[in-house]
Every structure is written in C-alpha cells, then in structure tokens.
Ligand binder design. Structure first.
Ligand code: URA
Length: 433
C-alpha cells in the first residue's frame, strides 16, 4: 500500500489553530478525500476549521485547482464561436438564466449553462425548465457540444465528471452548517466553471435577505475572490453585485417563472427582470467581443425568442405546450389603502418552498405548478381589497405553513414612507485588479 505523505489530523489541527496549508497539503487532502481515504467526519472538521478561520488567497486558489484536478475538463476549442457563461449565487425568483442564455446566444455566442437543482429556498434552473413538457436536462458531452455549435445556447445538468471533489464536499457542507463561507463558496463555484472550459464568465453575486451572504461587504469579498480565481485561470471574469432583498420579478416557483421568462423574451416582463437580464447580457457580450450589441433590440424583434424555442426543442421540449397550473390557489389582499413598502425575499422564498416549489432533500421531487405570483412590488400604491399575491399549490393544506412564513414579511405604509428594498438592483461591478 502506498504511504500517504500527510496525516489528515495534522492538517485539521493546522487550520483549527489558524495556520496555512501548503500547495502539496491541499492537493493531497482533496485527492485523498475524493478517493475515500480521508473520511467524511475528518473533512467536516476541516470544513468547519476553514469556516471559522478562513483561508488565504493562495490556499483558495490551491483548493480550486485541486478540485478541478479531481475530474474531467471540457474543451470548447473546437467550436467556431466564442464561449461565455453566467453564474448566479442564487436568490428568490431568480430566473434570469432562462431569458439570458438565449438572448446572448442570439448574437452568435456559445452559452454553456451547466446548471443545478434547487435546495432550500432558492430555486434551481433545471427544476424550472422541467416544467416544460418533454424537456430533458441530461445531455451527453457530444449532444452538449453539438447544441452549442448549432443553436448556441444550452442549459443542462452538470455531469458528475466535473470537479467530483466539489460534489462530495458540497453535500457534506450542506449537512454540517458550513455553506456560508467565502473560501468554500468561491472554490466550489469556480472549480466547476473553470473545469467546464468557458473562455469568459459573468458572475451575478447577490446580497440581501434572500442571498447566501446577506451583507453587501461580504458579497463584494466573494465577488473579488471569484473574479481573481477566474482571471488567474485564464477565464475573463466580471461580477455584478445585485440586490436580493426583494424577490426578482413577480413569479416565484417553477412553471410560473418559465412563464415570466417567456414574457421577457417576448419584449415584456417585469422591469427588474428585464434590467438584470439586459445588464448581464451586455457584460457577457462585451467579454465575447461585442461591446456595442443592441441587446434590447433582440428582445423586441423576436431573435432571442427564436433562440429560446430552438433551445427548448433541441432538448425534447415543446415550446408551445401549456405549463402546469396549481390545482389550489389562495390570494392575499391589502387590508388598507397605502403603499407597499416592504416585501422580504427570504420569507417569500421559504413560503414558495413550503408550497412545494422547492425540495428539502436532494432526492425529493418538486411540484412544478406550486409557487407564488406577486401582484404588487415595493413602491406600488395599493387600495384596500386589492390582491397583493397569490399562493398556488396542489394541496390547500399547504397554505397555512406558507402564510406563517409570510407573517411580517410585507408591509403597507403611508404615501411618502421610505420603501425598504435595500437600494438599487445593481449595486456594483467587480473586475480583475
Ligand atoms: N453554489 C455552489 O456551487 N457552491 C457553493 O458553495 C455555493 C453555491
């Protein structure tokens, strides 16, 4: 049996006591964990030590590279188009990938979106798209490359071959209270994006009540760390810092978020969803060599919609099929005249989850028809009896717990009261130093 070069307990002690791990130590740790030599309980202790004491930038880079080395790397060099990807750290009502990928692809750019499923209160892009009858999330590497070359946009499930060490570590973090940690989030996201082989990447890093990291300063630190990791690995990377104190758009769920995305692709849709889609598209197209692309025109004239329809059809979906509707609905109305001054993202995300739109365990199914449709946004004037939002579920018994989550989550004030929405939607931009 080969002699192991390090003792994992020594490495855990080093991090526990605030020390720094060397490149060979991190390489070995990740390799040994992937092959099962380092046990889950040892890696849990390491993750907690990192959570509590942080990591220096060189350690984060080494961790990212070691996770990339644990699996395969895709190669887009054979494509005739530039590649540019987008990643969001996740939020409530965040369906932006759905209109964004076809919009950018309609400019002749390849958009490889390897996406995930939702866990907890943030939805997953694949769950949303699976509301479309026939649509298939799993593609072989050959199908993936052929669709990128032909249609330009692909949203599909990430295979287990990309950064498998991250898959294992992320599942462990999920059950050990070690998710909200900048070195671990940055290395997790960037190992998958770098292994995927995209030439350019735009990050949507959220802050606010519905985000992983609520504090804008911590979100900026996460964005800076990820931009640096991407840049060092030769991926042109830019990040936008965006506000997740209020749900994005008017739909929170799965089928209803697809419906809202199609409205954006048809040239309509809620102003905040359009604003963020357009801003991210501009960043992506600039990185792909088209800084002057007229993004709004592609939404108005149907080019983005044509690409969407081609993307859905290429993966077996019927873009004209009706989407699932909830069997039961419950509408909450304004109890007085005034202005909606607060609508907190996190409780609305939790309520949609309790209605069945999200899952508590990885293996649970989601209810594609369940979710929440908002009828008013912060700053809107409302009159007594006017619908504020509608809950949808397949079983009316779910309404009570969803309404409990929403207790105190929205507020009607007087005209002139300050609107508590955390400020502008796009709060900053981070590029390589
Ligand atoms: N998404 C990831 O892929 N990893 C994290 O750690 C957090 C969000």
């Amino acid at each position: 049996m080969a002699v192991e070069p390090f003792d994992v307990v020594d490495l855990i002690r080093t991090k526990r006591d605030g020390g720094t791990l060397s490149t060979p130590q991190i390489d070995w740790l990740i390799d040994a964990y992937t092959r099962g030599y380092v046990a889950d309980e040892q890696m849990s202790a390491m993750a907690m030590a990192i959570f509590l004491n942080g990591m220096a930038r060189p350690e984060i880079r080494d961790l990212t590279l070691a996770m990339i080395a644990s699996g395969e790397r895709l190669d887009f060099s054979g494509l005739s188009k530039p590649t540019v990807d987008k990643h969001s750290t996740g939020g409530v009502g965040d369906k932006i990938t759905l209109p964004l990928a076809p919009l950018v692809a309609s400019f002749g750019v390849a958009v490889p979106q390897l996406s995930g499923r939702g866990l907890g209160h943030t939805g997953g892009t694949l769950d949303k798209l699976e509301s479309i009858p026939g649509w298939r999330a799993k593609l072989s590497n050959e199908e993936f490359l052929a669709q990128l070359e032909g249609v330009g946009g692909v949203i599909c499930a990430a295979g287990s071959g990309l950064a498998p060490a991250d898959g294992k570590l992320y599942a462990l973090r999920d059950t050990t209270g070690t998710v909200e940690c900048i070195p671990l989030i940055a290395s997790s996201i960037m190992s998958k994006k770098i292994a995927e082989g995209t030439a350019a990447l735009v990050l949507d890093v959220k802050f606010g009540s519905g985000a992983f990291l609520q504090d804008p300063a911590r979100s900026r630190e996460l964005a800076e760390t990820m931009v640096q990791l991407g840049t060092d690995a030769g991926v042109a990377t830019v990040a936008l810092l965006t506000n997740m104190n209020v749900p994005l758009g008017l739909a929170i769920g799965n089928a209803n978020e697809v419906r809202e995305s199609v409205e954006v692709l048809a040239g309509g849709g809620p102003a905040d969803v359009v604003e963020l889609t357009v801003a991210l598209a501009r960043e992506m197209l600039a990185l792909a060599g088209q800084p002057d692309a007229d993004v709004e025109a592609a939404l108005r004239d149907g080019r983005a919609m044509d690409t969407w329809r081609a993307m859905i059809a290429a993966q077996g979906g019927d873009p004209d099929a009706g989407l699932p509707q909830p069997a039961e609905t419950h509408t909450v109305v304004a109890d007085r005249d005034g202005v909606l001054v607060e609508q907190q993202a996190l409780p609305f995300g939790i309520a949609a989850w309790r209605l069945g739109a999200g899952r508590a365990r990885k293996e649970d199914p989601v209810d594609h028809a369940a979710g929440i449709d908002l009828h008013a946004k912060p700053g809107d004037a409302v009159t007594k009896g006017q619908p504020l939002f509608t809950l949808g579920a397949s079983d009316a018994a779910r309404f009570e717990r969803a309404l409990e989550a929403l207790d105190g989550a929205y507020r009607i004030g007087e005209a002139g009261d300050e609107v508590s929405d955390g400020g502008p939607l796009i709060a900053g931009r981070v590029t390589a130093e």
